[in-house]
Design a protein around this ligand. Structure first.
Ligand SMILES: [Zn+2]
Length: 374
């Protein structure tokens, strides 16, 4: 048994001082006790929380999920530890059927290494609206087609789709009935307010990078944004890089969405890398200071790190630290229905130590220290 002492422990409700975290491969408990046989690690006053979960990330450290190789997936998993991320959904792009199948097969065959855990796949497209393709290649947009993904339903945990396209309703209802654990998310969509509301009754309960790749909120046509803000059961994700969404909306969203707000990075392969030219889903992307754009200026994912997203959101809103940490721990875990993301007895010992600027000092996965700041 090991014990982290002298940490400010962030749970989803409060920040605890004077408590210790006891753990092996799993969390044993958060307690004031300190058994004499425990191997002690001094956190030196840092914050300690459950490891972060990113449900929307394409790549990092020069690798992309669509590279469809074990090397790429492991490379992403390993590099995310420096951002405090201990688990993620490997997110695909709208590409050819063969390219998507190859990427899904790699995730199916993935064996956990010493990086962040791959919880499954977030399928971003190809079932989107080509009018709102963003940085997805419109050439490969397909009508919702369950046959394409059926062999991979053991790893598909989330699907971003446009409910308004032909076949959308049937597809959503089928998934809801047979795979209720899959997060169905409206995104890259041209849906009206009315159609979005209907899609919630069919089975959609999340929204992908709210505000981006959808019509803007308009006072006479509230669109997807209006429908999501109105519905307390529907969650939304935000790319808090200060580029995709104006920080004014951080506080508005926090107040309106409360426990339905999730922070994601939507990072592409240049995440944790330098400026330069990269590729995203077969398209050239130019990365300058903090931004990734196609040649025509379209935002092409981000180069955001999840700990930076937390910092940005914290600085620009009234959210408390426990509520903030919940947006990347307990809330995505609850959406996914998985036993991760909490410092609770018998949960995997995935946790992170960080300072008040959200700089990551140490990351632990299954009780092993897998990253330490140099
Ligand atoms: Zn994305």
């Amino acid at each position: 048994m090991r014990a982290i002492v002298n940490a400010k422990i962030v749970t989803d409700k409060e920040v605890l001082e004077g408590y210790n975290l006891l753990f092996g491969k799993k969390i044993i408990k958060v307690t004031k006790e300190l058994p004499i046989w425990a191997e002690v690690i001094d956190a030196k006053g840092l914050y300690l929380s459950a490891g972060f979960i990113d449900i929307h990330i394409h790549g990092s450290a020069g690798f992309d999920v669509m590279d469809a190789s074990a090397e790429a997936l492991n490379g992403i998993a390993k590099s995310l530890l420096q951002t405090g991320t201990t688990s993620f959904l490997a997110t695909t792009m709208t590409m050819s059927k063969e390219a998507i199948e190859k990427a899904l097969t790699v995730v199916q065959n993935h064996k956990h290494s010493d990086g962040a855990k791959v919880l499954g796949v977030h399928l971003e497209g190809p079932f989107i609206n080509e009018k709102k393709h963003g940085a997805q290649n419109p050439e490969f947009v397909q009508k919702p087609n369950f046959e394409l993904i059926e062999p991979y339903m053991d790893v598909v945990k989330m699907i971003t789709l446009a409910p308004e396209v032909e076949g959308g309703e049937v597809f959503i209802k089928h998934l809801k009935e047979h795979y209720p654990h899959v997060i169905l998310s409206v995104g890259h969509s041209n849906a009206s307010y009315e159609v979005t509301k209907k899609s919630f009754s069919w089975g959609v309960f999340h929204s992908t990078h709210l505000f981006n790749a959808m019509n803007p909120l308009h006072h006479r046509e509230p669109g997807i944004v209006g429908a999501v803000l109105e519905n307390e059961q529907v969650s939304c994700e935000i790319i808090a890089d200060l580029i995709h969404v104006h920080p004014l909306f951080f506080n508005i969203l926090y107040k309106l969405k409360k426990e339905q707000l999730l922070l994601v990075t939507d990072a592409m392969r240049a995440g944790c890398m330098h400026c330069g030219e990269y590729d995203l889903g077969g398209q050239k992307v130019v990365v300058t200071e903090g931004e990734a754009r196609l040649k025509d200026g379209t935002l092409a994912g981000s180069v955001l790190k999840l700990n930076e997203a937390l910092k940005n959101f914290y600085v620009h809103s009234d959210i408390s630290l426990p509520e903030l940490i919940a947006t990347v721990t307990t809330l995505p875990a609850k959406k996914l229905g998985l036993k991760v993301g909490a410092l609770k007895e018998d949960f995997p010992a995935d946790f992170v130590l960080f300072d008040d600027g959200f700089e990551i000092y140490s990351t632990f996965v299954n009780g092993e220290g897998v990253y330490r700041k140099a």
